[in-house]
Design a protein around this ligand. Structure first.
Ligand code: ADE
Length: 227
């Protein structure tokens, strides 16, 4: 899978894909992430990419020309399955959306900055608008990193233990059950006995019950959504 991210602050994205699972995915050729500087695609003086909003008001708006220039230059070599804009007024990201997107081949992500991007770009080119939650970040970069991470780890072969993504919270509309590791006793706090029993059926049943209990306590809405 290839994910291209267009940003006015590409340095913000130099870290998140260079460690741990996503680093390994890139090294194994399962995931390619390219961060592109929007300023490389402007024809305006001093690499200007934004301007004041028509009609007045606070903040700056990313201009349509550099956005289109960047997109069309990339489209010369790549067909994108989705052209995504990260924005707080998009559809809120959930595990199901990440699952769907992980099945695509090529994604192009646009990060907004300042007040937003010219609406005409959204109307005519963006195929999918995604928010990572009901709060406003100073730009779409961190949201793009979250989305790329959520998608990247689901690509087949990225996680060593293939079943591990399936037992994540939100797969199956359930939160994940609690986990424990060594030592068996710490300050008198014991690991639940069942986990030490070696009885796989009992352990599996316990985990399922704990997942349901935790979900009922913390996120009953997930159980209601279950079809
Ligand atoms: N840009 C600013 N805030 C955002 C959010 N919550 N989700 C996605 N992109 C954003």
């Amino acid at each position: 899978m290839r994910i291209d991210i267009i940003s006015v602050v590409p340095d913000l994205l130099s870290g998140p894909f260079s460690h741990s699972i996503l680093k390994r995915a890139r090294e194994r050729g399962l995931l390619e992430v390219n961060v592109i500087n929007l300023r490389d695609y402007t024809t305006y003086a001093r690499a200007q990419v934004d301007d004041y909003p028509f009609g007045g008001g606070a903040g700056m708006v990313l201009m349509i020309e550099p956005l289109v220039n960047a997109m069309e230059a990339l489209q010369k070599e790549t067909h994108y399955d989705e052209i995504i804009f990260l924005t707080p007024d998009g559809q809120t990201l959930n595990q199901q959306m990440a699952n769907q997107l992980s099945l695509k081949q090529n994604l192009l992500l646009f990060c907004g900055h300042y007040k937003g991007i010219d609406q005409r770009f959204r109307d005519h080119f963006i195929t999918c608008e995604i928010s990572i939650g009901d709060y406003v970040l100073s730009g779409g970069e961190l949201a793009a990193a979250v989305l790329t991470d959520a998608i990247g780890r689901l690509i087949p072969g990225v996680l060593n233990d293939e079943s591990s993504a399936l037992s994540d919270s939100f797969q199956d509309h359930l939160l994940a059950p609690p986990v424990y590791t060594r030592p068996e006793t710490f300050r008198g706090w014991q690991v639940p006995e069942v986990l030490m029993s070696g009885n796989h059926k009992r352990i599996e049943d316990w985990r399922y019950e704990e997942a349901v209990r935790r979900t009922r306590e913390r996120r009953p809405d997930l159980l209601e959504d279950k079809d």
